[in-house]
Design a binder for this molecule. Sequence first.
Ligand SMILES: O=P(O)(O)O[C@H]1O[C@H](CO)[C@@H](O)[C@H]1O
Length: 320
Amino acid sequence: MNGTCELKKRLLNGASNGHAFAVENETSNDQYYANNNVYSYEAVVNIAEYLLDRVPYRPRIGIICGSGMGSLAEALSNPIKFPYEDIPNFPVSTVEGHAGQLVFGRLSGVPVMCMQGRFHYYEGYPLWKCAMPVRVMKMVGVTHLIATNAAGGLNKTYKVGDIMLVKDHINMMGFAGNNPLQGPNEARFGPRFPPMNTAYDKQLVRKAKEIAALEGLGDLVHDGVYTCLGGPSFETVAELKMLGMLGVDAVGMSTVHEVITARHCNMSVFAFSLITNMCITDYDCGDEANHCEVLDVGKLREADLRHFVSKIVVHLAHNM
Ligand SMILES: O=P(O)(O)O[C@H]1O[C@H](CO)[C@@H](O)[C@H]1O
């Protein structure tokens, strides 16, 4: 462990990619953090320090692997792996298809940090806890987040195996007052009221479409609106019909809380959904959504997704 000055320098560097936020509410928040078992700024810093002490570089790109998409992390060269249970104060993954480790390494030569396994609300974690690793990424020095997920396709023009670039989301859980930024604002991460109308980097969505076309994946790629429900039950026909009327193109149980947390601390966000199943909006259809199918489609698209993500990572590395 290096001295305190070095620690501050590293953390300031890590947090200096965005606005210089005023340090406010520092002490008044402490009581809330203690009473509610919330991660304080310092607790996130400690986790970042644990990682920085063991990784000889600072990736600027963070990747979150969706269900069945953990093989993205397996494409990294010279991986340095941190099982979640070994990282002090880290939650653990409980869902099949989420290995449960942070992996640092190089993707096509570019240093990245991957969450091979994310946290979902239905696992019993509050949203702030599900999204806490995004803040760790920020403290490590990540400026660009790539969030991937498996989702049900609601847009009838989609097919299983397609890729939907997320251009916007509907924060359904937020409508019910559940948001990862709930509680006192930690101004060292970001502002009390962060805007979300520019949540997804528009230019990157455009570029990703170009990349997909160049790489022969153009026919698979759409852009659309994602929504996250609490899960773990899949949706009823009536719920899906309602979501369709609201303009949702793909339905999942993740990502939105991560994106909100990333935008709060001024990270640039790119996200996509692998359409692993088509949402059932017909009462006469005997099929049922299931997690095995979700994992199987992830496996089927493994090579394409690795290729696609590595091209995006290279593009980002040349344009940050
Ligand atoms: O969003 P990810 O983690 O990719 O996983 C999706 O797949 C699972 C359901 O099969 C849910 O967890 C849903 O959110």
